[in-house]
Write a protein that binds this ligand. Sequence first.
Ligand SMILES: Nc1ncnc2c1ncn2[C@@H]1O[C@H](COP(=O)(O)OP(=O)(O)OP(=O)(O)O)[C@@H](O)[C@H]1O
Length: 299
Amino acid sequence: MTGDEGRADRDEQPSGAALPHHASPITHHLPPITHPPALLSCHDLSVKAGSLLAVQNVSAEFPAGQLSAIIGPNGAGKSTLMRALLGLDVPTSGEVRLDGRPLAAWTRRERAAKLAYLAQGEALPEGALVRDVVALGRGAGGWLWGLLPLGGWAQADEDAVTQALRRTDTEQFAERPVQSLSGGERQRVSLARALAADPQFLMLDEPTNHLDLGYAADLLTALNTEAAGGMGVVAVLHDLTLAAQADRLLLLHAGRVLAQGTPEEVLTPANLHAAYGLQAEVLRHNGRLIVIPEVGRGK
Ligand SMILES: Nc1ncnc2c1ncn2[C@@H]1O[C@H](COP(=O)(O)OP(=O)(O)OP(=O)(O)O)[C@@H](O)[C@H]1O
């Protein structure tokens, strides 16, 4: 029995059994049960990439219901950190926790049901129809010969695929082969594939790469919508003005945390100089931050 079930039993009053006047229902004396919000976190995490210690002593929290962006210069360790958060790379020390429990203690199937991953520059299977690609996202239980879902295919799976197509505005492409789509449209199909799994956390590595400003903004809007709906969204982003619209930022430099917090706390000229070796102005416009790097004019 879970704690919740026990609580429900205790709260239930026998039907028709009137309480004496002086006695108030027992529920009045109990504090409301509060569940801690879902959290993906890492604690003093160090991870090797090849022979290099690419992530060093990183502690950070990625709450559900928020869009968190991991930023930092090339080679800072962003992708390595994300892979470790997903359990794809094993840490050399420290640990990742999902809902307070070490990630290593979750089964592969449990992890696959909770965490969805959109890898950097992910290729889609040429020749496949969009709807079939999105359906692959429902394969957390595994696929037989890569074709048949092991757990059977229920109406709930079909509905989740349709919902994912709608949430990413890709329903219009559902019956088209993926190779007929533009880069930005394919990226939204990849996102739909990840959302079809109905994950608790959505992890994306440079999802706005190769997207024009319009598609990039659409994608960020879609991620904000998912976060507002309660999903934990963690994205590696290079564009700092886009990243400034996340709820939280984690700034990495040479594998270590240089700063973390709100965009206002992290995107300071001093932090940007320390991370990127860059003189930059940070402006506020209509409540948003805009990062303007100083670019030399040449001679
Ligand atoms: N297999 C490997 N063998 C050796 N070094 C590696 C390997 N994979 C990554 N690295 C190094 O680890 C460091 C961190 O790489 P990582 O891909 O995590 O950085 P990143 O911040 O995601 O970079 P980028 O923004 O360029 O994608 C880099 O210096 C990279 O060269």
